[in-house]
Design a protein around this ligand. Structure first.
Ligand code: ATP
Ligand code: MG
Length: 567
């Protein structure tokens, strides 16, 4: 295509507030245009990248017998009421009302719609397994849309749903998807790592997230340098290795602690290490108040609480609930009270004698509190985030941390939706059974941004050739000169047979053209400049920056060989 005909509004300065590198580069190279917060248009270059990415996804989905469909974005509330999510999905669901007062949602995901299709049309186990997928815009009213395409309110997702009569079949499709996802990301030029993730109240190891490693990532990955172990920090198990309690048990004493509200303030006030302080927090689990204890240097992980208590309905008690319950504010709580509140403690508390706790009286703490003598713990468990350097659950060594962008997720849903929505199938005994389901998502627009996040240099984007908007950038530095313009037209005609060519025929200054070419980042560049009369052009790789003067007679072969070498 001639660049004079393509719409590529490159920018010199990107708007302040574009924090993520990929966001800045996509704006700067003229790929996207913001409409309003979290909502973007994909301009011609981005559309071409999306098409390439989607082609890879379609190929890999078809290779595992997933079939493409397209479901409506507009979904009637009744379906969401059936699954129970009209109430539970919360503020992220974009809701609207039609002229008759009927309520709808703009689909953030499609479990309800796909289950309703399948329950009406699938009758026999002989039609299973079945995997359906689509590529479509999704809508989520994110609390903090940010980082451009990485967290949008309207974004493109590939979502797939599989249906099975038994666990073995679900396991097999899950594994197929897992492998297909690995191929999709590696073919797209993304370094993504599958990590164990939390499956919420369902429990078990039923889900993996695919994380593109990047400092801008909003998720922390815990991984091993000696094994394949990798888990989302929310999921990463803490191994409990008992340590001896050294100090002899001492007498409980109440001390005044004015203006002390946090564990750190308390540690400073007492001049004791933070890990000898105990934090006490009140949570409401399915409406019942409980207390959780962790050591001062540990953080409570509410995802682990949800899976321990097997419910999604867990929240921190509010300040007024706490004051009502224990007569003190959150900074002064402790486990010694005369109330019927169950106490759960993180495993690491078993190593500590003579702990410091709140007195349940504002401005006071208790020192030398001891389990068994002063209070009882109902149960110990793994309720906290792992720390870097702690031993990993698979025994392979120490925990290392990295940041990642979640580009995809595979999930065994089991019968969650089929039971709620009454989607059954007749098994080989003629008995009606709820369908087993899996769901599998890829954030297509997020992946586009993650590719840029991982493939760039100071001058711009470096597109992996599998997704690049064009293969080759042909540039005439000065099209006002006849010999350059004529050679450009001639080479454009011949290169087009072997490459997708972007031909910069614009009457712009050479500096502008070079800048734009670097920003846009196509794999191979051919520059027609001052040696045009001799039939010499410069050929350059975008990734390594290597360049060479090549005679036009050899150009097509040379460019082909060079293109082969590019990642
Ligand atoms: P996150 O934890 O980042 O909010 P999620 O786990 O809620 O994502 P899923 O429901 O698993 O997202 O959706 C499937 C995929 O869609 C995700 O793996 C991610 O790549 C993509 N995705 C989710 N939310 C967004 C968003 N707001 N903008 C762009 N892509 C998104
Ligand atoms: Mg997810």
């Amino acid at each position: 295509m001639k660049q004079s005909k393509v719409f590529i509004p490159t920018m010199k300065e990107v708007p302040a507030g574009a924090e993520a590198l990929s966001h800045r580069l996509l704006l700067k190279a003229g790929l996207i245009k913001q409409s309003t917060s979290g909502i973007y248009s994909y301009l011609p270059l981005a559309t071409r990248v999306l098409n390439n990415l989607e082609a890879i996804i379609r190929e890999e989905m078809e290779s595992i017998d997933a079939v493409e469909i397209l479901m409506p974005a507009l979904q009637q509330a009744e379906l969401w009421e059936e699954s129970g999510r009209w109430g539970s999905y919360g503020a992220e669901l974009m809701r609207l009302t039609d002229r008759h007062g009927r309520e709808f949602a703009l689909g953030p995901t499609h479990e309800e719609v796909v289950t309703s299709i399948v329950r009406d049309e699938l009758k026999s186990y002989k039609q299973l397994p079945l995997t359906l997928f689509q590529i479509q815009s999704k809508y989520r009213d994110e609390k903090r849309p940010r980082f451009g395409l990485l967290r949008g309110r309207e974004f493109i997702m590939k979502d797939a749903y599989s249906f099975h009569v038994d666990e073995e079949s679900l396991d097999a499709t899950y594994q197929d998807m897992y492998e297909a996802y690995k191929r999709i990301f590696s073919r797209s030029g993304i370094n993504a790592r599958p990590v164990l993730a939390d499956s919420g109240a369902i429990g078990g190891n039923h889900t993996h997230e695919f994380m593109a490693l990047s400092d801008i990532g909003e998720d922390t990955i815990v991984y091993s340098e000696n094994s394949d172990y990798a888990a989302n920090i929310e999921k990463a198990e803490v191994l409990y290795e008992p340590n001896e309690k050294h100090q002899p048990v001492e007498a409980l004493a109440k001390i005044e602690t004015p203006n002390v509200h946090t564990a750190q303030e308390l540690a400073d006030f007492l001049d004791r290490p933070l890990d000898e302080i105990t934090k006490s927090m009140i949570f409401k689990v399915d409406g019942e108040f409980i207390m959780i204890l962790v050591r001062g240097h540990h953080e409570i992980n509410d995802v682990k609480l949800k899976s321990y208590f097997e419910t999604d309905n867990i929240e921190l008690a509010t300040q007024s609930e706490i004051v009502n319950l224990l007569g003190a504010n959150p900074g002064s709580l402790g486990p010694i009270f005369e109330k019927d509140i169950k106490i759960y403690a993180d495993n690491a508390l078993q190593d500590l004698n003579n702990i410091v706790v709140g007195a349940n009286e504002d401005g006071y703490h208790l020192v030398n509190a001891n389990v068994g003598r002063d209070f009882n713990v109902d149960a110990y468990g793994d309720f906290r985030f792992i720390l870097e350097g702690e031993p990993l659950a698979d025994g392979s060594g120490k925990a290392h941390f990295a940041e990642g962008i979640e580009v995809g997720q595979v999930f065994k849903l089991g019968t969650k939706y089929s039971e709620a929505m009454n989607a059954t199938i007749l098994d080989n005994q003629g008995k009606a059974k709820p369908l087993l389901m899996g769901c599998y998502g890829i954030g297509v627009s997020r992946t586009l941004s993650a590719i840029v996040e991982q493939n760039n240099d100071d001058n711009g984007i470096i597109w992996p050739k599998s997704v690049a908007p064009f293969d080759l950038h042909l540039i005439t530095l000065n099209p006002k000169k006849d010999e350059q313009r004529e050679l450009g037209d001639q080479l454009y005609a011949s290169l087009k047979n072997s490459f997708d060519v972007l031909y910069d025929d614009r009457k712009e200054r050479a500096g502008v053209k070079f800048n734009d070419a670097d920003l846009i980042g196509l794999p191979v560049r051919v520059v027609i400049g001052k040696n045009a009369a001799e039939g010499i052009v410069e050929v350059k790789r975008r990734d390594t920056g290597e360049s060479e003067d090549v005679h036009v007679d050899d150009l097509v072969d040379y460019a082909k060989a060079l293109y082969e070498k590019v990642k």
